[in-house]
Design a protein. Structure first.
Lengths: 306, 548, 334
């Protein structure tokens, strides 16, 4: 296990390096001039140029990239062009809320999706199955902004059970997490269902059922473990993707997550913040997928890593 | 609904008469206010976008502009709710006969939030800081008219010789040539005074650790969530601010902010009334009382790149002007604007109310196009900022143009992309909404130099129409030298004529002048016009108070 | 073949068209199926590779009520997309001055505008009808491409392991963290905005989900005894993949292929918002929703109708797909 982990760690470094490189290139492909955005509309050409020099934006790209990497190694993510504050401060201030929403969101996705998917698979073809799967489709097809607005309107405004958006207490977390969970839950439900059906077809399960024995605990556990495999994959991805922030949910609920920060940074071509945000996302993508990969053998012992 | 009285567009020349009238008005207001005013209380303002910085030398977006104004002060300021300039940190000032030297006498006893008393040296420091390239201030370009500024910027001098500290209470500015808008420029946030020791102590992060002289000081700032200001008990203006605490909640979606306003969790909608609810609000007898509408120094326009065929033919540009149904566009934004037919908004003295501009006449437009050699119209591209309602407005413009045969491919993109395309001179047509011109100060030259002058017809410049008339440029420069108070009327007339001639050339299609619409809860109130203060958007924070 | 061949179960219908990998006793599971149970135990005469009568699957398909509904739905959407100019009562780009109230708000459903108008006074029904083209293209093509790419990556990585697995899975990591928004904005400026760019960006970004899910399943399936046995017997990798592993993946692929239509259509809207794809006034279901979202509480028809269109489309594809899969026995039998 340890050699495997070490290998993955080494590979992760490559992945992060790759991401920063790609993002760096892409950002500079953007048809926008950060120096001009900072200098504002009333600046002279001289001001714009001097800002460009101050920020080192007039140096060749490779030089800028190396300089950025050097800073990374020191733990310096640079300063936001728009806010002039250190990027690490900006990310730090949004880190906890992002983690909370990511975890709570995944929790709700699983709570909603797993039981529904398994139950539907066990009752395949019945009305129950059809209804549950229909709901899954609705959950996935409903635009998150609308879902969020509706949740707020119904459960925070008309009937003031929850607060009207914002951050701070567990009550604040519920509605945003539900909004995330409804969409993802639909996916999880369907994927679980099809994976469960596939496992249920296996020999020993069929045999047990043919004998009229309702699948024993052991068998059920085996079914669950295998059915959950693709869901684990999705959870791993969700960890990474959610840690990059969920802009829509954040903006409707006023949740101070990283998603809003990155989105605003993209609009303003605030390069250091964009790079910082992508870096954090990449970090958690790597972590999330690694966690998923480590969970597979726990579920299915036949899976082994070199 | 309270409609703000049209802010009297006063030029410096009419100051004296205005002062008397205003003094009377203020007396009434103060007496009335004294009867009901109460100190104390806490108001909450909601914003969606993060507050970027509170450093007056750097902050230049519409959101932090008025927050900074409530935390810092400059030599000059505007009377609340109006565009009338008056001395602020300065007790009084004199201007030399040649219009080149301004001498200010500072008030006594003005204290920074850290307790230290303000002296003239601080004023010099603050302005040199803005001019210093290391600060990367967006306001640097405003103060180039100060003698010695350019040398200081170029590193040839250690100080700006045109700013002279006479003594602790007296400071003298010398400009290299008469600048009629100079006093306005001293009213900009960039000229607000900061204490050197606090700037240096903050080590580059003064924007998040602001120390000023203003009515409010910083109590708490949780990045991305909440900004809390508290009243400065030592503020030199008596009686203000009224509120003990001013809270800015960040990241709030405008639709949710509206719901929170109904629940009295938010007192001022920083981002305005969401378009979806606007009609409903105005129709409601209770809610409409909480809405204030007033004029802004704003014009929304389509720039026409005069260097790109077929737009180099003035007939084509005039045809475009006649093709747009401005009433319909105004309706699309819930009538929160007035149709525009010229460059300057009505708030300006130099605006010509008698000018009729180009009528909405698609027939005539088609004729003009045919005359110019395009009987079947032509294809072109229209750029716009993608955030609502600009995408809708751009589509309306696109549809109107299609009616006369001009097929405009619409490109709605991120703001920075559009600005880049405009600056590069690549965009034939740009709808300026969302990036559009709101004047920095209430002087007509602010609508010329950055966006219509030959001087800004440069790569990266904001003159997206690529318009340049040397003769007009000369006249504009001359008009700006009419700096004396008694020349104000003449100056306004000059500018009026310049802008009317520009309209003859039709480098723009002026579409509308947006109205400022703000909504507040019934818990807060303030003097007339405070919720639509043209200089402090969305509200003048130091003058709002709790309703009794 | 020979001794390792397991007893084949039988389908309550006819014989196997596609070889199974697992043994398949039918009954109790099938007992829950809508069309009733079959017997238990291996059917006499069932042979591997036996081909059934060609018309059999059609009959089976038509017997599946849900499948027929799906077929109707898909046909309807495709027909609407193709016949849009004829079907739409108004020009979808025509902005009516009286299509808005005096205050500038959209109109609710009326005789003239059957499902109301949008924020610019355009007929919503016409826009939804014309929007079918864009949304169908993006939803089916872009999503289909993503599923295909994801399938290939997931299978290769999960089956062949080793360096292939490492390279592909790390590539997946990179593409998950990839800032698609920035790519979209950059492309929007460099190239002329077009639907194909949107489809490309979506395919480029969405495949990771399928890849990871498929990878997980392949890891497990490939370790099952019959597969290891098959390769021990010298069955070529490709054949193993096709006959033993792929059938287990069909259901998951079906889910991504159909549910993904919804997410893709909505994603297209965000990308077009950034200037990459469809430019106004061309309508798309996602685009209509995107521009009218904040009006949901006041003008719900602007979200409900295009939303329903998206829902019905992906649902129809799903019902159709699952019924086809069952009829053709592509996956494991019930």
């Amino acid at each position: 296990m340890v050699p495997y982990l070490l290998k993955r760690l080494a590979q992760s470094v490559f992945v992060l390096f790759g991401i920063t490189l790609i993002t760096f290139l892409l950002v500079f492909l953007l048809p926008a001039d950060p120096a001009r955005m900072i200098a504002g509309r009333s600046a002279t050409v001289a001001t714009v140029e001097s800002i460009r020099r101050e920020l080192g934006l007039d140096r060749p790209l490779p030089v800028q990239y190396v300089s950025y990497l050097k800073g990374l190694v020191r733990g310096d993510l640079g300063r936001s062009y728009a806010q002039r504050a250190p990027v690490s401060d900006l990310i730090a201030s949004r880190f906890a809320p992002t983690v909370q929403l990511a975890l709570a969101g995944i929790l709700f996705e699983l709570l909603i999706g797993l039981p529904a998917g398994i139950a539907a698979a066990l009752r395949r073809g019945t009305r129950f199955d059809q209804v549950v799967m229909g709901l899954a489709f609705v959950g996935v097809s409903a635009p998150q902004f609308v879902v969020g607005l509706l949740l707020i309107y119904l459960l925070a405004y008309l009937v003031p059970v929850f607060p009207l958006g914002g951050y701070g207490t567990p009550m604040h977390l519920v509605l945003p997490a539900v909004a995330v969970g409804l969409a993802g839950g639909g996916w999880y439900a369907r994927v679980t269902r099809s994976a469960t059906i596939d496992v249920l077809r296996q020999d020993f399960v069929r045999t047990a059922r043919a004998k009229g024995v309702f699948p024993s605990r052991v068998v059920l556990k085996h079914v669950l473990k295998n059915a959950v495999l693709p869901v684990v994959a999705l959870v791993g991805l969700d960890i990474g993707v959610f840690m990059g922030g969920i802009v829509v949910v954040e903006s409707v609920f006023g949740w101070p997550g990283i998603g809003q920060m990155i989105w605003q940074a993209i609009q303003l071509v605030d390069i250091p913040v964009i790079m910082g945000g992508v870096l954090i996302t990449a970090l958690f993508v790597v972590v999330g997928n690694l966690v998923a990969d480590l969970v597979y053998p726990a579920l299915d012992p036949r899976i082994r890593y070199q | 609904m309270e409609t703000a009285t049209k802010a009297n567009p006063k030029s410096l020349g009419r100051r004296l008469g205005a002062v008397t009238r205003l003094a009377a008005a203020l007396l009434v207001v103060t007496l009335g206010a004294a009867a009901t005013a109460q100190q104390g209380g806490r108001a909450v303002v909601s914003f969606q976008v993060d507050v970027s910085t509170l450093d007056p030398a750097i902050g230049y977006d519409w959101q932090n502009w008025s927050i900074i104004k409530s935390m810092f002060d400059g030599l000059m300021d505007y009377e609340p709710g109006t565009t009338n300039l008056k001395p602020h940190l300065a007790e009084s000032y004199t201007v030399s006969d040649d219009g080149l030297t301004y001498t200010f006498t500072l008030r006594e006893g003005v204290k920074f939030h850290n307790g230290r008393e303000l002296v003239a040296e601080d004023v010099k420091y603050s302005l040199e800081r803005v001019l210093d390239p290391a600060t990367q201030s967006p306001g640097q370009g405003f103060y180039l008219s100060i003698a010695g500024a350019q040398e200081f910027i170029d590193g040839q001098a250690d100080e700006v010789v045109g700013i002279r500290v006479v003594d602790d209470r007296t400071i003298e500015f010398t400009t290299s040539e008469p600048d009629a808008a100079f006093l306005h420029k001293l009213g900009l946030n960039f000229a607000h005074v900061v204490p050197r020791e606090a700037v240096e102590a903050a080590g580059g992060d003064f924007g998040h650790q602001p120390v000023g002289t203003g009515g409010f000081k910083l109590r708490e700032w949780v990045l991305g969530q909440r900004l809390v200001l508290e009243r400065n008990p030592d503020y030199f203006e008596a009686g203000v601010p009224y509120l003990d605490e001013l809270v800015f909640e960040i990241g709030v979606d405008p639709n949710v902010a509206f719901l929170r306003l109904q629940r009295a969790e938010v007192d001022v909608l920083g981002d305005g009334i969401p378009s979806a609810r606007f009609t409903e609000v105005m129709a409601d007898p209770v809610l409409s009382q909480q809405v204030a509408m007033g004029e802004q120094m704003q014009t929304g326009y389509v720039t026409i790149n005069v260097t790109t065929p077929p737009f180099d033919d003035v007939r084509v540009r005039q045809a475009l002007n006649m093709a747009i149904n401005k009433d319909r566009i105004v309706r699309i934004i819930n009538n929160r604007a007035v149709p525009a037919n010229q460059v300057l908004p009505p708030l300006f003295e130099a605006h010509d109310p008698a000018y009729e501009g180009y009528p909405y006449d698609p027939e005539r437009a088609r004729e003009l196009l045919a005359e110019a050699g395009y009987p079947n119209g032509f294809d072109t591209v229209l750029y716009a900022y993608n955030v609502a309602p600009n995408d809708r407005i751009a589509q309306a413009i696109q549809a109107d143009l299609a009616e006369i045969g001009v097929n405009a491919e619409l490109r709605t993109q991120a703001q920075s992309t559009v600005i880049e395309a405009g600056g590069a001179g690549e965009a034939p047509l740009i709808w300026s909404g969302g990036m559009a011109w709101i004047a920095d100060y209430p002087d007509p030259n602010n609508f010329y130099w950055p966006i219509l002058a030959c001087a800004s017809n440069i790569p990266g410049g904001w003159n997206w129409a690529r318009y340049c008339r040397e003769d007009l440029e000369e006249r504009a420069a001359v008009a700006d030298t009419l700096a004396r108070a008694d020349q104000a009327e003449q100056r306004n007339e000059e500018w009026r004529q310049i802008f009317l001639e520009i309209m003859e050339d039709a480098p723009w299609i002026p579409i509308f002048h947006e109205l400022q619409v703000s909504m507040h809860s019934s818990r807060v109130t303030g003097p007339e016009g405070i919720f639509t203060d043209p200089m402090h958007i969305p509200v003048h924070y130091e003058y709002i108070r709790m309703a009794e | 073949m020979g001794s390792t061949q397991r007893a084949r179960g039988h389908e309550r219908r006819a014989q196997v068209a596609v070889p199974r990998s697992d043994g398949a006793a039918a009954a109790p599971v099938a007992a829950l199926a809508v069309d009733g149970a079959g017997g238990a135990g291996p059917a006499p005469g069932a042979r591997r590779g036996a081909r059934r009568a060609p018309s059999g699957w059609v009959r089976r398909f038509l017997a599946n009520g849900a499948g027929v509904v799906g077929l109707v739905g898909v046909t309807l959407v495709v027909a609407v997309a193709l016949a849009a100019p004829v079907l739409a009562p108004h020009d979808p780009a025509r902005q009516y001055f009286d299509g808005l109230t005096l205050e500038g708000d959209p109109l609710p459903p009326s005789e003239r505008f059957l499902i109301g108008t949008d924020l610019l006074g355009r007929d919503l029904l016409s826009r939804v009808i014309h929007g079918a083209r864009v949304s169908l293209l993006v939803g089916v093509v872009a999503n289909g491409a993503a599923v295909l790419i994801g399938l290939v990556v997931g299978v290769l990585a999960g089956y062949f392991r080793g360096t292939v697995e490492t390279v592909l899975m790390r590539l997946t990591d990179i593409m998950t963290a990839f800032p698609a928004l920035i790519l979209a904005i950059a492309l929007a400026a460099i190239l002329r905005p077009s639907l194909w760019i949107v489809a490309l960006v979506i395919a480029l970004v969405n495949w990771v989900w399928i890849a990871r899910a498929i990878y997980a399943q392949v890891l497990s399936v490939a370790r099952r005894d019959f597969v290891e046995a098959a390769s021990a017997l010298g069955m070529s990798a490709w054949r193993t993949l096709l006959r033993h592993i792929l059938p287990h993946l069909v259901s998951t692929l079906m889910v991504f292929g159909t549910l993904g239509i919804s997410t893709t259509v909505l994603l297209e809207a965000s990308l077009s918002f950034l200037g990459v794809g469809v430019q106004p006034p061309m309508p798309s279901w996602g685009g209509i929703i995107n521009e009218s979202q904040s009006y949901f509480l006041d003008a719900p028809w602007l979200v409900v109708f295009p939303g329903a269109a998206i829902l019905l489309t992906s649902l129809s594809f799903n019902l159709l797909g699952e019924a086809l899969r069952d009829a053709l026995d592509l996956a494991e039998r019930r």
